[in-house]
Design a protein around this ligand. Structure first.
Ligand code: SF4
Length: 435
């Protein structure tokens, strides 16, 4: 039997090698994963041209995955630095890398990624079109927009963000219901501007069937972009966001009719108390398709700390049904992240993902925490460092303020509750004062 996409295989009852590998990582039977993929509730982004891919599945019933955004910009063109960040992200356990390059030889960089990087590779072809064609935005033709999508598919990209939901109808609703921060999605703002200047329908919406044919041919997972994702708390859950989401729900069904795998992109900025309802609406409207969130950032006031505002929202979102977290770094809203920012962003995102996995009862998720707690109880510092999400930082902190008593730490010293409880329960005398 032959198949085109992972979804096509799953629907024919075929367990692909990618399903076997991904299911093993989840600790679930491959047949169970095949079932989720057939229903569209999980995806394995795996372009047939991406030969070195180490596949992972994404779905709300699976471990929460994280994505790291990288790539060159006009103000930051160092390709070697970006490749270094890619290696750093893979070593730190990021399952996915999105190449958002918007300067220089973007194709060479993209091809290098799909030839050498084992992580899932995602792109946003809209950005690349602007760089690739070297001409004013309004002069890019519908055919050229579609050609870029095909080029990315040929280059082995596993998933693509396509801002297809901002069609004429959504754009009209957006203009009639003004918001505080308009459209903050980079791709969304580009395609909205193109529509306004040319008077034409969104080419990705108009020619959606052609996009689906490309995705089916190469097995590219469609990441349906949310041009109207809220860019501030005041815009969360407004008419534009919900209008676009309804369109994405319809487009999900059409993709599934062609066996194209789909994930849905989501907010954005959102008050903490709206996140759960938002995740439920998405799951209902998009029939359980995996939800990919950028944050959500739960407050707008923390530039420099937005890895924290995003991790708070991401943990809640993932515990309520989101499957895939796009990392946010401390540099968000300020500049392109450097290596240190990338590290902090990945760690914050991994903490959010792990916290959500515990809350949603992913098999074995809390074993790591129990192992850490056992090491803490035993005051086994080497084991604690080994289990840390960031061993280097933990070790550095302890080294910076060494305790008088080796087995405690400088926080409580002789008053170490852990040590004193271990001793008293072992029948020893605990003096504290003169020890
Ligand atoms: S000294 Fe205090 S903080 Fe440090 S290990 Fe003991 S109880 Fe924990």
């Amino acid at each position: 039997m032959t198949y085109t996409t992972q979804m096509h295989a799953a629907r024919q009852g075929i367990i692909t090698p990618e399903m076997e590998i991904a299911a093993k990582k989840e600790g679930i039977p491959a047949e169970e994963l095949r079932h989720y993929i057939a229903e569209g509730k999980a995806v394995i982004p795996a372009n047939k041209q991406h030969q070195c891919l180490n596949p992972n599945a994404i779905g709300s019933m699976l471990k929460t995955k994280i994505n790291v955004n990288l790539g060159t910009s006009r103000d930051w063109k160092d390709i070697d630095m970006e490749l270094h960040k890619v290696r750093q992200a893979v070593d730190m356990g990021a399952e996915s890398i999105m190449d958002l390059s918007s300067y220089g030889d973007t194709r060479a960089f993209r091809q290098k990624l799909t030839q050498e990087c084992p992580a899932i590779i995602g792109t946003v072809p809209i950005y690349d079109a602007v760089v690739y064609y070297h001409k004013p935005l309004k002069d890019i033709t519908s055919e050229e927009w579609l050609d870029i999508v095909e080029m990315h598919a040929k280059d082995g990209v596993d998933f693509m963000t396509i801002h297809v939901g901002i069609n004429k109808n959504t754009a009209r609703r957006f203009k009639e219901n003004r918001r505080l921060t308009n459209i903050v999605s980079r791709g969304g703002s580009i395609i909205f501007a193109w529509q306004e200047m040319t008077g034409q329908e969104n080419p990705f919406y108009k020619h959606y069937d052609r996009i689906l044919d490309i995705c089916r041919k190469y097995d590219v997972t469609l990441s349906l972009g949310d041009a109207c994702r809220p860019g501030c708390l005041a815009d969360a859950g407004d008419i534009s966001q919900i209008e676009e989401l309804v369109t994405l729900g319809e487009l999900t069904r059409r993709a599934w009719e062609k066996d194209v795998q789909v994930i849905i992109e989501g907010p954005g900025h959102m008050p903490l108390n709206q996140i759960e309802a938002n995740m439920k609406i998405q799951q209902t409207v998009c029939q359980g398709a995996p939800f990919y969130v950028l944050g959500p950032l739960v407050t707008d006031i923390a530039p420099g700390y937005d890895h924290i505002t995003a991790a708070i929202g991401g943990a809640i979102a993932a515990s309520c049904g989101a499957s895939f977290l796009c990392y946010v770094t401390p540099a968000e809203h300020l500049r392109l992240p450097d290596e240190k920012d990338v590290k902090e962003g990945i760690i914050a995102s991994k903490i959010a993902a792990h916290a959500a996995d515990i809350a949603k009862g992913v098999k074995g998720a809390s074993d790591w925490d129990s192992a850490m707690s056992t090491a803490r109880k035993n005051l086994d510092w080497e084991e604690m460092f080994r289990l840390c999400i960031d061993p280097e930082k933990a070790r550095q902190y302890r080294e910076e303020a060494k305790p008088e008593k080796e087995d405690t730490c400088s926080m409580c010293g002789n008053f170490c509750a852990v040590k004193n409880m271990n001793r008293i329960l072992d029948g020893e005398i605990v003096n504290i004062y003169d020890e």
